[in-house]
Design a protein around this ligand. Structure first.
Ligand code: NOJ
Length: 806
């Protein structure tokens, strides 16, 4: 069964069946103001922080049929009453004649037809504004006139989102709503928890006169709330109750009598849900956005922003699903993870347990550098603020308060209170930023380390280069019995939590990769002494890894505190881990024969038609000595599931080995756009990567979960653009080094790099997977395969793949 289709021209995915297996969402606005909208119009909106400044009440765990956050009711006057329904399908669940949810770039547009009424609703946050606009066009598509009313409704939450769920005494006693009557019959419903009355308020309003309203949910639903969201009692009467909530569950419902619509006639209703310091301050912009043309202008500006963002890198390959992802949906998702890290989705509920993840955002940022390097720079700066003086990093932080924590480690005080990998990712992120932009001055910027003294004064600052150096030194000194990095509470895999003294091969390899980046940087800066130092660090770790971690056919993943290997053929569970094999290749630690064998072991033991599993065989039973991984049933998440984030790393490793066919096979088998006809198995949105798919040890093999906020998106984008298509920024220019399926005749890429636009055509006459025979820029042959850096302009680049003549 299919639930929708891609519309590449409009850059949308169009959902045509509202009963998707799980809610499918889209993001509007940014963390500064925004959230997500589900495909039936429900919305979770916040300003600055979903934990501490949440606006709408969206309880993700309630059934799909429930009202969540916001909806719209329409009602057609009939003899003796009304035919009432929601054009969003939820919560009234009427049968529709047409349903289309257009998942767009920064907007969702829902078009539906019920009972001769066509409703076309575009939902978005204008750039830089703290308001959600719903631009609603209601048209009579029947052949008879009817009289129609429109009642948009929002349900508020206490801004402290967790308190809303845990405190049913203080929260309802504080929640207040008031009406502001305007002279022209329009109304603004203002809402706030009492303590914020003079600091900031939420509001809901529209562009049309309002005859009545409700802000007390009890009154709106009626009958002591035995009236339901599907059939609110108050909608059976001509007018709402004009309830100003002095306490309780606050909503905003506005009654609009739109009058009689003749066949073909349309009315336009524009609603605004926003937040401002006060209504007086909000009024001018409220007025501005009541104007239809201003709303259209704001929508056009949004489209322009996305044009600019996507225009930085466009591809034309022989694979339509790859083009679709690389040109639209993958960079869209990278933009989302850059904004929301792992904070707010249908799965990461934004109650404050997470926040901005240090390792997560360090990787996310690498997915947007080609498209918006300045924003990437700002995020990198923010991340560096939570790096500690010893070079390690706090695991996550709240973006409003910048208070950081050690994440899940806090729940296991018996285990080390740091993650061994966090600080190494930022080395990769900073170097990627420098290669993209050439902005070396960034290295000299001074940023404080996280710790402050009793007087709340920060204790130490350091240049960005100093931050990177400290990260390297932390790992160099934090080693165990084999000289490998200690695991800490965990490495990238949060769920393997071994006792103090355990060592991580992942961190050893990530350290190797970070050292390669530092070496490259030092050479570029002309700091030969540092380059030599990092070269020595690198070869020491390379030797240790190869001396103690080769298991015969693959690499071991951990050494436990007592020296027992994990990820070895000697284990009965967790014999082989995917990251254990890809990362020695990425770090350059694995010599070709071992690299080939390790990657072949991944193919043989871990690959499935739905993607590569993280490890096998799964653990089957809780074991506190192994940690979180054993809390999952076999085949789930990090316990033998297809944890997608790991897959692009194998793809990259395969390109290092020149295996373009295998790399593309792996890319294709996890491409969500290629899953559109398997949704009843897969369930999640086919337009974004999910974090995990159940593995083949699970009865529901193939079922995806935790879509949107996953490191998969950044790495899939990097793997495809920089390693399969091979267009890679370096300090010296744009390197062209593709590794493609041998049957491809070639491909095209348009890439903006350091202000110049490169129109690159790659041809593959000999049908090789790797190798560049010649490169011409503007008709002139160049030496090697690195395109020179230009000062602006547009350049035609012609690349011929094949064996370079001796
Ligand atoms: C999801 C977390 O966000 C990420 O930081 C971690 O690396 C993976 N889970 C694997 O455990």
């Amino acid at each position: 069964m299919e639930y929708g289709h891609f519309d590449d021209t409009a850059r949308e995915y169009v959902i045509t069946n509202p009963k998707t297996p799980v809610k499918w969402i889209n993001y509007i606005g940014t963390l500064a103001f925004g959230g997500f909208v589900d495909h039936t119009g429900g919305a979770l909106i916040c300003k600055g922080d979903p934990a501490l400044n949440r606006i709408t009440k969206y309880i993700a765990q309630m059934p799909n049929s429930d009202f969540k956050g916001e909806t719209l009711y329409l009602r057609i006057k009939q003899p003796g009453g009304y035919r009432m329904f929601s054009p969003y399908f939820v919560p009234t669940l009427d049968l529709c004649d047409l349903y289309e949810c257009h998942v767009g770039l920064g907007y969702t547009r829902i078009v539906s037809e019920f009972y001769g009424v066509r409703t076309d609703m575009t939902i978005f946050v204008p750039i830089g504004e703290s308001r959600v606009i719903r631009d609603i066009k209601i048209t009579n598509i029947s052949d008879a006139p009817f009289e129609i009313d429109a009642i948009p409704v929002v349900e508020y939450t206490h801004p402290d989102a967790l308190k809303q769920l845990t405190n049913a005494d203080w929260v309802p006693q504080t929640m207040v709503s008031k009406v502001v009557d305007e002279s022209d019959g329009r109304k603004i419903l203002v809402q706030y928890p009492f303590m914020l009355r003079d600091i900031r308020v939420n509001y809901f309003t529209s562009n049309r006169p309002v005859s009545s309203f409700d802000s007390d949910r009890k009154r709106f639903l009626g009958d002591n709330e035995y009236g339901t969201w599907a059939r609110p009692h108050s909608l059976q009467r001509a007018e709402l109750n004009n309830s100003e909530a002095w306490r309780g569950d606050n909503i905003a419902a506005l009654m609009h009598h739109l009058g009689v619509l003749e066949p073909g006639e349309m009315r336009r209703l524009i609603t605004q849900l926003g937040q401002e310091e006060s209504i007086a301050k909000a009024l001018p912009r409220i007025q501005y956005f009541r104007d239809e043309q201003n709303v259209e202008c704001a929508f056009d500006e949004l489209a322009q922003l996305w044009d600019d963002y996507l225009g930085k890198l466009q591809v034309e390959t022989p694979d339509a699903a790859m083009n679709r992802m690389l040109n639209i949906h993958n960079p869209h998702q990278c933009h989302t993870t850059k904004n929301w890290s792992r904070y707010l989705s249908l799965y990461q509920l934004g109650y404050g347990a997470r926040g901005i993840g240090f390792r997560d955002s360090s990787q996310d940022v690498m997915g947007i550098l080609a498209n918006m390097p300045e924003e990437g720079k700002t995020l990198i700066r923010q991340l560096l603020h939570v790096q500690k003086r010893n070079g390690s990093a706090m695991h996550q932080f709240n973006p409003l308060t910048m208070v950081a924590t050690m994440g899940d480690a806090r729940e296991r005080e018996d285990l080390p209170q740091y993650y061994s990998d966090d600080h190494l990712w930022i080395v990769l992120a900073v170097c990627a930023y420098l290669k993209e932009t050439g902005d070396l001055a960034f290295l000299d910027e001074v940023i404080p380390f996280y710790e402050s003294g009793k007087d709340a004064q920060l204790l130490e600052t350091g240049s960005i280069l100093d931050h990177l150096r400290r990260g390297i030194e932390f790992t160099r000194n934090d080693v165990g019995a084999h000289g490998l990095p200690l695991l800490g509470f965990a490495d990238w895999n949060d769920t393997v939590n071994l006792r103090a003294g355990a060592e991580s091969l992942f961190t050893a390899n990530l350290y190797g990769k970070a050292l390669l980046e530092m070496l490259d940087l030092m050479r570029h800066l002309g700091d030969t002494a540092s380059a030599e130092k990092y070269r020595v660090y690198y070869s020491i770790m390379k030797q240790r890894v190869n001396e103690c971690a080769w298991d015969g056919e693959w690499y071991i993943r951990y050494f436990d505190w007592d020296g027992t290997p994990l990820g070895s053929h000697t284990n009965s569970e967790g014999q082989i881990y995917t990251n254990g094999q890809s990362w020695p290749v990425l770090a350059g630690f694995a010599e070709p024969s071992r690299a080939c064998m390790a990657l072949e072991s991944v193919y043989r033991k871990l690959n499935t038609r739905n993607g590569i599993k993280i490890s096998t065989p799964s653990f089957n039973g809780f074991d506190p000595k192994r940690g979180g991984i054993t809390t999952y049933p076999p085949g789930t998440k990090e316990n033998g599931g297809i944890f997608l984030h790991t897959n692009p790393w194998v793809i990259i490793a395969e390109t290092f080995m020149g295996n373009g066919d295998r790399a593309f096979e792996y890319y294709n088998q996890i491409n969500p756009a290629a899953k559109n006809d398997r949704i009843d198995e897969y369930e999640c949105e086919p337009y974004v990567y999910a974090q995990n798919i159940l593995g083949d040890e699970h009865p529901q093999f193939g079922l995806a979960r935790n879509s949107w906020l996953s490191g998969t998106t950044s790495w899939a984008y990097q793997a495809a653009t920089q390693y399969i298509l091979g267009i890679r920024p370096t300090f010296d220019g744009l390197e062209i080094n593709p590794c493609i399926p041998h049957e491809w005749d070639g491909f095209k890429v348009t890439r903006e790099f350091r202000g110049a636009v490169y129109d690159i055509t790659v041809v593959n006459p000999d049908h090789v997977s790797k190798g560049v025979k010649s490169v011409q820029v503007g008709g002139q042959a160049i030496e090697g395969n690195v395109l020179p850096i230009f000062d602006g302009g547009a350049y035609q680049v012609h690349v011929v793949m094949g064996e370079r003549p001796a």
